[in-house]
Design a protein around this ligand. Structure first.
Ligand code: PMP
Length: 430
């Protein structure tokens, strides 16, 4: 018998403990978790307050079905998130992919209820990752994953801004946000009457390692969506709840989406939970129409998952960890910048807060990516792993051309001395 593993034939070390920022295997080898698992464990591993919250709820009611009962932890979580982030309603599912699908279905339902049933299409961008279920992957510009899937229902068509290597070949000072204007052109080409929503990661995560858009881009998207009456969906599965040094990455430009998707930051790796937050416009219409909400899964609004997420929020708030992600994230960014300045080959650093990407490029004029056969990011990640450091590879394939980057995204409460060791090990690995 063989166990099904992500990379068949690869032997993974068996971890026996994960506490704070350190993972240990049975032989006592230790790794600094420089990627928070899959950019999830924002408050570190094994936090006693979260374990206690999970344990307490398991003893009270381990499962309640969403169409039969509300649960205190799910109600409290919804209220806390809506009040803190300025939304009107919340709904919880299990994974980021499910939350993306839920957001898309909700946007489509909104337009049906609003008497505009032709508004069904969702626009997305050529470098993006929204999940691995069929519809979420259809909307994702993650070309290695797409290649393995059959019969996807859509294709992302909008350019993802990358000022280092502009997909529209514009000069930075002269472009007037051509990447945002391309969204409007696509809306006009398809007809706004056919479009339900625009789906974006405000800072690109897994497919392009912390790629930050030019200033004003997100604001421009909001204006375009308003002008054409299209919903703006912010996929904050990876960036949400503090990762970029603000509660939401959209906050960097002071822009509110119509639907926000949360995932990794909400569960912090403890218990599968993701969710969507909907604006007053959406929730108000559905409530007034007494629309039946035909979304959800067996474990939606799960009480134990919600208890875990409440405990994660407690820690983020009590320990001011979002503020710490900003300040220690800036420190980490400075250390990484100094590191790449000393490298004998070209690299590009981008990111915000506790989300950084070190991209390996051929030179720092063209910022051309290396050929994908080199597997540059995977190679660095493997060397780092051998040196006791977990970092995360990101291959932002751009219409078949690879870009290789390493994501550095440790827990927000990683001690400064551990961040220093992290950078030292990454330097050696590079
Ligand atoms: N959206 C974004 C922005 C993500 O980063 C991810 C996961 N990397 C997903 C959606 C999918 O989440 P999950 O893997 O939990 O389904």
């Amino acid at each position: 018998m063989t166990l099904m593993m992500p990379r068949l034939g690869h032997v993974y070390p068996t971890a026996v403990s994960a506490i704070g920022s350190v993972v240990q295997d049975a032989a006592g080898r230790e790794w600094i978790d420089g990627s928070s698992g899959a950019i999830a464990c924002s408050i570190g591993h094994g936090h006693p307050h979260v374990l206690e919250g999970i344990h307490d709820q398991l003893q009270k009611a381990s499962f309640l079905y969403r169409t039969q009962f509300a649960s205190e932890p799910a109600l409290r979580l919804a209220e806390r998130l809506c009040v803190k982030l300025g939304y009107d309603a919340a709904f919880f599912v299990n994974s980021g992919s499910e939350a993306v699908e839920t957001a898309v279905r909700l946007a489509q339902q909104f337009w049906r209820e609003a008497g505009k049933p032709s508004k069904t299409q969702v626009l997305s961008r050529t470098i993006s990752y929204h999940g691995s279920t069929a519809a979420a992957l259809s909307l994702s510009g993650h070309w290695p994953r797409r290649r393995t899937a059959a019969a996807l229902t859509g294709t992302p068509t909008l350019p993802t801004p990358n000022c280092q290597r502009c997909p529209l070949r514009q000069k930075r000072d002269e472009c007037q946000l051509a990447c945002a204007n391309a969204v409007e052109q696509e809306i006009e080409r398809r007809g706004a009457d056919n479009i339900a929503a625009l789906l974006v990661e405000p800072i690109v995560g897994a497919s392009a390692a912390g790629l930050v858009p030019p200033e004003g881009y997100i604001k421009r998207l909001r204006e375009i969506c308003d002008r054409h009456d299209i919903l703006l969906i912010a996929d904050e599965v990876l960036t949400g709840l503090g990762r970029t040094g603000r509660w939401l990455a959209m906050d960097h430009e002071g822009v509110k989406a119509d639907i926000v998707i949360l995932g990794k930051g909400l569960n912090a790796g403890y218990f599968p939970i993701s969710g969507i937050l909907a604006s007053e416009r959406i929730n108000g219409l559905l409530t007034r129409n007494q629309a039946s909400f035909a979304l959800g899964h067996t474990h939606s609004n799960h009480p134990v998952a919600a208890a875990a997420a409440n405990a994660v929020l407690d820690i983020l708030e009590q320990d001011s960890l979002v503020e710490r992600a900003a300040t220690m994230g800036a420190y980490l960014g400075d250390r990484l910048r100094a590191m790449i300045d000393d490298m004998p080959f070209a690299t590009h650093l981008r990111g915000k807060g506790m989300l950084w990407g070190v991209e390996l490029v051929q030179d720092d004029i063209s910022y051309s990516p290396w050929p994908s056969e080199l597997n540059a990011a995977d190679t660095v990640v493997r060397h780092a792993f051998d040196l006791g450091l977990i970092v995360y590879p990101s291959s932002g394939f751009i219409n078949g051309t690879s870009g290789d980057a390493v994501i550095v995204a440790p827990p927000f409460n990683t001690p400064q001395a551990v961040l220093d060791t992290l950078v030292d090990r990454l330097t050696t690995a590079l």
